[in-house]
Design a protein around this ligand. Structure first.
Ligand code: MN
Length: 297
């Protein structure tokens, strides 16, 4: 008996220079999948004349940024002193806690780029804590019925990702070079979502292709994942996040006052966000002010 799914079209945002970002979370009424509260699918951008991605210094609070690099290379620099290149098959996990700032720059002009950038809302117990950063060059992988799985976060098939997360959740990359079909065991207490990063597939008989998110509620213990051609899927899931999530720009918080304080602190250059290792080709980004707007969870 197939499980009913909710189908959400991503918002497609051209970023100039041939870049396309498909934003699949937050989207309308669907704000989170587990603690995953933001999902951008970046590219794929083929190698060419593009100047490459350059994101100047900007802050975060209350979340973890999770970068899954599929193609291309980015330099990550942050206010903890980290300065390193993320390459295909690797994950950067940056925990903002009370405040961090970072930059992201393509290693060289004209390079291809394909990545997923996600945010994970931090629970009350961790969101006021110190910032942290992890780079994972190697992640656990498994082959199952034609699918090649990489365990990005949480655990699957008895394998556990080294990425340190703070609520029960999972992130998987599923890739195949031809026809493949498996029933993937998943946690019944989790809700899940699947996005195609390339190619097409079916999940529980529902077609999924790039630019849309297929969401499954809790109570599902296995997902039938099938395709007859090369494809790459991103699966995320987690225990439904019970805390209210207030989002503005790069901030995740609980109250309007917290957001306003973060905007003020960043725009005034408060020590809270530290100083990012210099080197980005893009300028520091000021936080947009709320200008009387009331945010709602
Ligand atoms: Mn960021």
């Amino acid at each position: 008996m197939p499980h009913p799914a909710e189908r959400l079209p991503a918002r497609i945002t051209p970023l100039g220079d041939g870049f396309t970002v498909r934003r699949a979370l937050p989207l309308g009424r669907r704000r989170t999948v587990g603690a995953w509260c933001f999902l951008d699918h970046v590219g794929p951008v083929p190698a060419g004349p593009s100047a490459g991605m350059h994101v100047g210094a900007h802050p975060h609070i209350g979340l973890q940024t999770f970068t899954w690099m599929i193609e291309g290379e980015l330099i990550h620099r942050d206010s903890l002193g980290n300065d390193l290149v993320i390459r295909p098959g690797q994950v950067n996990l940056m925990t903002a806690g009370q405040g961090i700032a970072h930059t992201e720059d393509a290693v060289r002009e004209g390079q291809a780029l394909h990545a997923a950038q996600l945010w994970i809302a931090l629970p009350e117990s961790r969101r006021h804590g110190p910032p942290a950063f992890e780079h994972h060059a190697v992640l656990p992988v498994a082959d199952r019925d034609g699918w090649h799985l990489t365990v990005l976060a949480g655990s699957a098939l008895g394998l556990r990702s080294p990425a340190q997360v703070h609520t029960p959740l999972v992130g998987l990359d599923l890739c195949c070079t031809g026809a493949a079909r498996t029933t993937l065991p998943v946690e019944a207490r989790f809700e899940h979502a699947v996005m195609a990063l390339s190619g097409t597939a079916t999940v529980e008989g529902e077609p999924v292709e790039p630019g849309e998110l297929l969401v499954f509620g809790t109570g599902v213990s296995g997902l039938d994942v099938a395709t007859d051609a090369p494809a790459r899927l991103l699966l995320i899931g987690g225990e439904p996040f019970a805390e209210p999530v207030l989002m503005w720009w790069n901030f995740v918080a609980r109250t309007q006052d917290e957001i306003e304080a973060a905007i003020r602190d960043w725009n005034q250059g408060d020590a809270r966000f530290g100083t990012v290792v210099p080197g980005s080709l893009a300028p520091r980004t000021p936080a947009p002010i709320l200008a009387g707007r009331r945010l709602r969870a």
